[in-house]
Design a protein around this ligand. Structure first.
Ligand code: FMN
Length: 404
């Protein structure tokens, strides 16, 4: 099988560019041996490389290339399969925009493609090359993330820590994880994550519930999440609770029960956000829509969890617009190095800005991911980088600060 990989990167400040020809010569020899073909284009600061070959070989080389200190900010743009090689005779050829004009480089690249008809103008590989050579990609993405300029300081949040024994005997427990606005130093809300009676995982907890009791138990468990909010003295902070949409449909007077739980714990509906997942909403939308109306008219907020992980995506927003969406961790992970994920997030950010929907990125684990997402316009984050969930309490938060 023949795979094609394209990435873009930036020459590192420490790379002596007079050694570029030597790098290309070495790569040319190695690629020939590995039966890899492709090209490298350099514009004076950034590289675009096309690699073609056996998937395994391409992946191995790409891993080595990603770790190479001579460049940084490596972003994978395309991975695809092809019937034939585009650069059949090229172990690796360099096209240098410092010496040649874009038109000349483009013509040279097309001429190089041994299978010229493969580089037709509607070919994605050709389009990536043309966008790079013409410098148009810089308009698409001028995000400069500076992960190296941030340090983190852990700070205990100003909440009460209730004694552990006060949670003994509960049918379930909750762990709190904050959603924060790192650059404003603000906590935006706490998500209450369900655990079993002894801190077991949500999967284990739900597996222990008989299917015919699922929705009733789901709804009644929220009383313990709201009680925890009261116990830690959450004040005017917001609390997010996860609910199966069908719990609001199947349990009679579900919204009234929820409102009663909120009131009993000294909270107001406006500080509670119900999170439902994209797939659950879509699969039961018609039944769920009246519950949405009731929730909203009671003042309770609504957020779509795991956005982008399911089959609805942006089209969900044509049906209704929640106050908040949480971009799924599968899109967030390694976003700084992944062009397709970047394009998806840019579309989500633009769409949500027009609809005045808040965007949260969840599952943020590295400073690189956070920096890219901040630069893309996201302000609210949840993830291990900032705070891990804490059972029966609010965890310490690692706030970023600029070094120096
Ligand atoms: C922009 C750029 C492009 C590269 N392209 C290739 C290439 O096509 N083939 C190759 O063997 N090495 C290439 N390298 C060098 C690799 O990163 C790595 O140094 C080389 O594969 C040796 O890896 P190893 O020390 O793990 O064996 C490139 C490096 C850079 C910075």
């Amino acid at each position: 099988m023949l795979s094609t990989l394209i990435y873009r990167s930036r020459a590192s400040r420490t790379f002596d560019l007079s050694l570029l020809d030597a790098l290309v010569a070495q790569s040319q020899v190695r690629n020939m041996t590995l039966q890899l073909t492709g090209i490298l284009i350099f514009d004076g600061s950034h590289f675009l490389q096309v690699l073609e070959g056996e998937p395994e070989t391409v992946n191995q080389l790409y891993d080595a290339i990603c770790d190479d200190p001579r460049h940084d900010g490596v972003v994978e743009l395309m991975r695809d399969y092809a019937a034939k090689r585009r650069f059949i005779n090229m172990g690796m050829a360099l096209f240098d925009l410092r010496h040649d004009k874009p038109g000349a480089v483009l013509r040279a690249v097309i001429k190089t493609g041994a299978l010229r008809y493969n580089l037709a103008s509607d070919d994605r590989v050709y389009k990536f090359i043309r966008t790079f050579v013409e410098g148009r990609w810089k308009k698409q993405l001028a995000y400069s993330s500076e992960p190296e300029s941030w340090g983190f300081l852990s700070e205990a949040p100003p909440f009460t820590s209730p004694p552990e024994q006060s949670f003994l005997g509960q049918p379930c427990q909750f762990a709190l994880q904050p959603i924060i606005e790192p650059l404003r130093g603000q906590i935006s809300s706490f998500e209450a994550l369900i655990r079993g009676p002894n801190g077991e995982s949500p999967q284990d907890y739900f597996a222990s519930i008989p299917p015919d009791k699922l929705h009733e138990t789901d709804l009644s468990s929220k009383a313990w999440a709201l009680a925890l909010a009261k116990n830690i003295n959450i004040g005017s902070h917001k609390i997010s609770i996860n609910l199966l949409p069908m719990s609001l449909v199947k349990v009679p007077n579900a919204v009234d029960i929820l409102l009663e739980q909120i009131d009993r714990n000294g909270l107001v509906p406006e500080q509670v956000i119900v999170e439902v997942t994209e797939d659950e909403v879509i699969s039961s939308f018609d039944e769920f829509s009246s519950a949405i109306r009731q929730l909203r008219s009671a003042g309770i907020g609504l957020a779509i969890d795991d956005f982008g992980a399911g089959f609805a995506g942006l089209s969900l927003l044509a049906k209704f617009q929640p106050g908040k969406i949480k971009i799924d961790r599968s899109i967030v992970t390694d976003i700084h190095a992944h062009g397709p994920k970047q394009a998806i997030v840019q579309a989500i950010v633009k769409c949500c800005a027009e609809l005045e929907i808040s965007v949260v990125a969840e599952g943020v684990e590295t400073v690189e991911e956070w920096c890219w997402l901040e630069a893309a316009g996201i302000r609210r984050f949840q993830g291990f980088l900032f705070a891990k969930p804490k059972l029966n309490g609010a965890p310490a938060i690692c706030w970023p600060h600029r070094r120096g």
